[in-house]
Design a protein around this ligand. Sequence first.
Ligand SMILES: Cc1cc2nc3c(=O)[nH]c(=O)nc-3n(C[C@H](O)[C@H](O)[C@H](O)COP(=O)(O)OP(=O)(O)OC[C@H]3O[C@@H](n4cnc5c(N)ncnc54)[C@H](O)[C@@H]3O)c2cc1C
Ligand code: SF4
Ligand code: SF4
Length: 608
Amino acid sequence: MDADIVCVGFGPATAGFLTTLSKQLVNADGTPTVESAIMPGLPPQVLCYERADGIGFGVSGVVTRARALRASFPEIEKAGIPMAAPVGEEKVLYLLDPHGASRRSTTLRLADWCIRTFKFALPFEHHALNLPWTPSFLHKRGGMVLSLGQFMQWAGAQVQNTGTVQIWPGTPVSQALIEENKVVGVRLLDQGVDRKGRPADGFTPGMDIHAALTVVGDGPLGPIGQQLNAHFGWPEGHHLRDWAVGMKFVMDLPADTPLKPGDVLHTFGYPEPEIFGFLYVHPDRVASLGIFVPSWFDNPVRTAYRYLQHWMLHPYLWRYLKGGKLRSWGAKTLGESGRRGEPHLVGDGYARIGEGSGSTNVLTGSGVDEAWATGTQLAEAVLELLKAKKPFTKENLAEAYGKRRRASWVEQEAVVAEKSRDGFQKGVVRGMMGMALAGLTNGRFTLNGEPVPPWKRIPRIEAYCHGRVSPGEIAKLRHECETKGISLHDVLMDKAGWPAIPFDGQLLVSHQDALLMGGKVQAPPGYADHVVFLYPELCEKCGTKICIELCSGQAITPGENGVPNFDREKCVHCGACLWNCAQPLPYDPERGNIAFRAGTGGLHSAEN
Ligand SMILES: Cc1cc2nc3c(=O)[nH]c(=O)nc-3n(C[C@H](O)[C@H](O)[C@H](O)COP(=O)(O)OP(=O)(O)OC[C@H]3O[C@@H](n4cnc5c(N)ncnc54)[C@H](O)[C@@H]3O)c2cc1C
Ligand code: SF4
Ligand code: SF4
């Protein structure tokens, strides 16, 4: 099939692109402003393929300054977007450990001791210090609290109402079509195949869509972005080494909650010092809350689900959450390399936008607005080239899109943020100081620390648990867990002194129950596994097996001969296994032994 423009993924970046483009493809009298090359007389034919079963099935608890969103929708506050609220009170909290189970450095212990000793003179309550002052770069004043799912559904409807663009959810793109270093379109995923991708009943090969321009907005883990990175390489000095997995609940707050729509809480310090948390309040007593587990957290059993529950049970938060009810949950990876993770933005026949193009700002903790802005910049560039009848060559796209992006606030702020988090490579305290320094000096001063791929940092479980759980005990527990086909992390956390989670069947539910609640994870039959262990021999010799320990959906479990099993039905497509793998590929040490390919299914909720 032929199109003029084909887009991969419908996240905020592509939504920004299509919103800007679709408004300018036809004149008021219905005639095209520019003509399609494949259907002369009509406006350009624009297709967008989204992997998830519905528009807006991603995960992102969103508080945003909404600068780029407002530029596209000046009346956004009055648009009636469900779950949207203007930002109200913002707090940044340092959570102390009420149980003594977390791992805190000597410096942090000393700081905790000082805070507890002088708490009578500090804004301290329920084991939390409410930072009396926070720098402006952390604030979202004048912005909005959104549900990304609800916002994306609304934005998708606006785009489709123009009648100039087609969006196809439930349609993963399996690869970019590359001919002599030129991207000439995309191939959709094969259907009617077995788990290994071999033709089975009802086999339908993925359709090829040829287009003059392929817009790649498939997020931080997108297979098309990964394919282009592998094919075209990286700009000098750029790499993707910093990540975080975000896990999130959407919940009904108790009826008597004192929290108000627009309230924003950000936390650090607990359940482990490296883990950040967020709580945003929507209208009608609904809240989005969750944690980020970063790549520089050197724990080989970094289970986000259990950590999230301990975070919720922190006395400062639990008084707000107790009695509430889980509505939906999910997990998703966040690319945290920022500008240093920027790939080649353009090439012959393609352009990259959004988080996969390095747009997320790691200093301000903002990705939606930036992704949207890069999409609008590309749309303006594309309209300029179409009107000038210039082809989508690397040079023309660099001139029209690359220059717009370099001149924008996204770039200026990305430069400030670029090295702001490097300090975390050498510890949390240094990391926080580095962020403050970078933010307050506009990036002129930072604390250094060379980011390394997670596999270089991840210690063996025995080393991490040294002094808490003996190697003999670990071996025994490992054997028991392997026999049961489960991960080790729960028993290790119990052993390390973490209290049991008091399940209440409403908000604190088991990981399995969360997967089942409301049919939130789905995997249609007839598609290949999208998580693949590339070299089983590497898994066999892998002592860490972190893919099992961190899997957000309990989809990866111990398997025969040390090679894990993957269960597509439980996978929430968070992508954490991709970047956390403990074994580098022999021919590319920047990548691990897991391939994260195009796949269907995953979360089935647009509340996230
Ligand atoms: C838990 C969490 C909380 C966050 N909180 C905030 C916040 O408060 N504020 C903020 O500004 N940002 C936040 N972010 C970051 C923000 O969500 C991202 O920066 C933003 O969504 C990036 O937009 P994008 O369009 O580039 O990519 P994505 O949102 O990742 O969208 C990419 C889309 O491409 C689709 N796709 C992928 N592969 C394929 C394929 N092969 N074929 C077809 N479609 C494909 C995906 O399904 C997805 O819909 C958060 C992120 C997470 C994970
Ligand atoms: S996928 Fe990676 S982390 Fe998992 S067992 Fe294999 S080598 Fe180890
Ligand atoms: S298998 Fe799926 S749910 Fe598990 S870590 Fe990988 S992407 Fe996430």
